[in-house]
Write a protein that binds this ligand. Structure first.
Ligand code: PLP
Length: 435
């Protein structure tokens, strides 16, 4: 059974619905450089609807207090909102609320796992603790398309523990080379960490194939869901991963809040990453006893307003429907890729045929630096990402140092995609690019 979302044709969001959605996002009706904003940088961070802005504001106006401490009414209200937000996010990805840990962002979530694993000798003596302990002879596997956030923490863990870091390479078309999967993910593999959707290519990786192989050899799986949680219906239990991370700011929520999912038994065995207030039961001058997960991983005063606003974001996405958002974006993604491919001198980075995709594509314009492409488009109010998108190894593999990335979301219209494509065509004319 494949768990890759099927390329089905659901009802797309209608023009009327998209107009209604856009009216919820004040920033989308602003002007940039004298032109209406065309925001195609949602892969970096999404825009926020009034429902999310209001939730954060209203928390500060009515309920603001530190959570889990203090006997006063506001502290109880704040704690209730904080824990309700945890339940809302847990339901959104199909897991239990005590399996959700709040972090600052996805980067912190991956670092939390990787650092806590290098402290695993401090953990309990049970089987789950043993699965978290790494040493010489063990292997950690990532892919060649990882964002640096899902690469460097594993490089560091390997360096701290003496384990070896290996990777699954990518084909020229950007898909993973799975022919040697059984050799790369083998009996020595302890962790397989990979992205669900590439932030450069926009393609959805075969989670089912990767997880099945990891299970065969008893390796832990860590899913970087940064580019999937905002764009696809995500069921972490069905995907059967051990850990997953994503960032609130990419899914209509505020910055400063991220989500770490960990399978209950593993979170129970994982030692803390940050220590201090709010994560202990008793402390003496010599030692401390820690709370159970998730509180054991939430040291210090917590980010309450952000979690409340993220819950509002999740409610917004759920009301529109994740399947319909995915369908809308798949169509925009196809339009982006097809349109870019028609422009002479433009090379879309790695686009395997027939792969499910989100509304994101990166491209190179022959002989023109991506910063110049970005600047040209910005003069017309079109916001895109330029550079290596925190994926230097993937760019190197595809033979470029940088690219320009356009990324859509539920509020993006076909007209905006067409305006962007016309802008790219004009870039090639302006810089005298030939095929
Ligand atoms: N992983 C992927 C695939 C991403 O796209 C990003 C952000 O661009 C990250 C990880 C890191 O997310 P954050 O910077 O919010 O921690």
């Amino acid at each position: 059974m494949t768990l890759i979302p099927p390329v089905t044709r659901l009802d797309a969001l209608s023009d009327v619905e998209i107009r209604g959605i856009r009216a919820d996002f004040p920033i989308l009706s602003t002007e940039v450089n004298g032109a209406s904003l065309v925001y195609l940088d949602s892969g970096a961070t999404s825009q926020k609807p009034v429902q999310v802005l209001d939730a954060e504001r209203s928390f500060y106006e009515r309920d603001n207090a530190a959570v889990h401490r203090g006997a006063h009414t506001l502290a109880a209200l704040a704690t209730e909102s904080f824990e309700d937000a945890r339940s809302t996010v847990a339901r959104f990805v199909g897991v239990r609320e005590d399996e959700i840990v709040w972090t600052s962002n996805a980067t912190e979530g991956i670092n939390l796992i990787a650092y806590a694993m290098s402290n695993a000798s401090l953990g309990r003596g049970d089987e789950a603790s043993a699965s978290l302990r790494l040493g010489e002879g063990d292997e950690i596997v990532v892919t060649e398309m990882e964002h640096h956030a899902n690469l460097i923490p594993w490089q560091e863990l390997a360096a701290r523990t003496g384990a070896t870091l290996r990777y699954i390479p990518v084909h020229d078309d950007g898909s993973l080379v799975l022919d040697d999967l059984d050799e790369i993910v083998n009996e020595r593999t302890r962790v397989l960490a990979f992205t669900h959707v590439s932030n450069v290519l926009g393609i959805v990786n075969p989670v089912d194939v990767l997880v099945a192989r990891a299970r065969q050899v008893g390796a832990l799986t860590v899913l970087d869901a940064c580019q999937s949680a905002p764009h696809l219906a995500l069921d972490l239990v069905a995907l059967d991963v051990d850990f997953a991370v994503f960032s609130g700011h990419k899914m209509l929520g505020p910055t400063g809040v991220g989500v770490l999912y960990g399978r209950g038994a593993l979170l129970a065995a994982l030692p803390p990453f940050l220590t201090g207030g709010s994560m202990i039961t008793t402390v003496t001058m010599e030692k401390a006893e820690y709370l159970e997960a998730p509180q054991r991983f939430e040291a210090g005063t917590q980010r309450v307003s952000q979690t409340v606003a993220l819950a509002a974001a999740v409610r917004y996405l759920s009301a529109v429907g994740m399947d319909r958002i995915a369908e809308h974006e798949a169509r925009l993604g196809e339009r982006l890729v097809a349109g870019l491919a028609e422009i002479p001198g433009v090379r879309v980075l790695g686009q395997p045929a027939g792969t499910h995709r989100v509304g994101l594509a990166s491209f190179d314009v022959a002989g023109v630096h991506s910063h110049d492409v970005g600047q040209f488009l910005d003069d017309r109010g079109i916001a895109v990402r330029v550079g290596h998108h925190c994926a230097q190894p993937l760019h190197r593999r595809l033979g470029v140092t940088a690219s320009t990335r356009a990324s859509a979301y539920l509020y993006t219209t076909e007209n905006e995609v067409d305006e962007f494509l016309a802008g790219v065509a004009d870039v090639t004319t302006f810089f005298g690019v030939s095929a």
